[in-house]
Design a protein around this ligand. Sequence first.
Ligand code: C2O
Length: 402
Amino acid sequence: MASIVAPVLFIQCLLSILLTTTLAAPINITRETFRTCRPGDWVGIPADCCPPKVIKGPIVDFCPQHDASKPLRVRKALQCLSGHELKTYTRKLERGYALMRALPDSDPRSFKRQNAIHCAYGTGSFIQDGSTNLTIDIHLNWHFLPWHRMFVYFHEKILQKLLGDPEFSLHFWNFDNSVTATPRHGSRGCYKAGHFVPPMYNDPSKATFEANRSFMAFEPNRAVDLAFDLSQWNPAVGPPTFPNNTVEEQTRMNREIMHRSMITLANTTNFIGKAYRVGDARIVNPAAGAGTIELWPHITLHTYIGGWMLQPITAPIDPIFYPFHANMERLWSVWRKLGYGNDDPTDPDWLDATFLFWDENAVMRRVKTRDFVDLNALGYRYEEVNDASWIFFDNSTSPGAP
Ligand code: C2O
């Protein structure tokens, strides 16, 4: 008997190894992934941020459902808010954050727990089901854009719920905008270019302030550096050093880098980032996996702002993370509309990647990338702003362009 069973088992085992190693499959986060979560790291910096190992209650499939008879909510550009609108928005956001920070750590919607879930997803703390060493990461690969859209989406839902205002929209930091006084439909203009840190995030009296940032981020009239030296991204190599560019110099560099990341270098593979599926090992070198906008302006701005923002273990502790990432995903939508054959991947391993998030009712949701590619289906849109200054930037005349 044993002589027959052994070869059969061997063949079954071989088959399953062949199947799991040769058949690619989308990343899939499950109860098991949470159960096997273990401390991870970011460039060798240890991270201990696993959520509770047991997911209580059901996991409910997320299905985007926007009632087409209702208008889309609008996420607006922060630099274009003024007067009453700015006051109302600031007051709401402050109240939202006070309520979110007051939730106990046992509540997955608390400010702290939202940071922890980003940390777990971003430090190789989750292991691919059935593997002992292959981890899951949502940076430096093609999950970066959709995963962060999901993360900000649920953050906004939680704010809506805490505020009792289902129409509340999280506005965005239009950091790529270097045009002062953009005319808007109607009579208003934007008070300032977008590439300054939005004042409400730099005002120590506000809940949106964070003291743990690099000194550069606090200079109110300094344009942020989207072209920041990328070799300084790794906190393990020491604190970054900052150039001292004038606003004019910085503006030119920012336009150039946006043009490069969104157009010159940005075909679909380069823009979305490297494939990352079941069986793939974690990518640790940004240049080896990240899409163009994940490198510039994303990593560059994280580094430039510094403090908590310097690494995925802590980045969402700084409230600026959220309007910053809202603009990142707005740029994704802009990229799709630019032409040049730009389009999202059609690979099912991208579309069917499945993640788990707690929603505004602390219910666990199973979320697929394919449900986060169409903003309108999710019920919101971005205010139109002026992207022309970098779209039409003439790359050929830029000193130092590669
Ligand atoms: Cu998960 Cu801007 O980072």
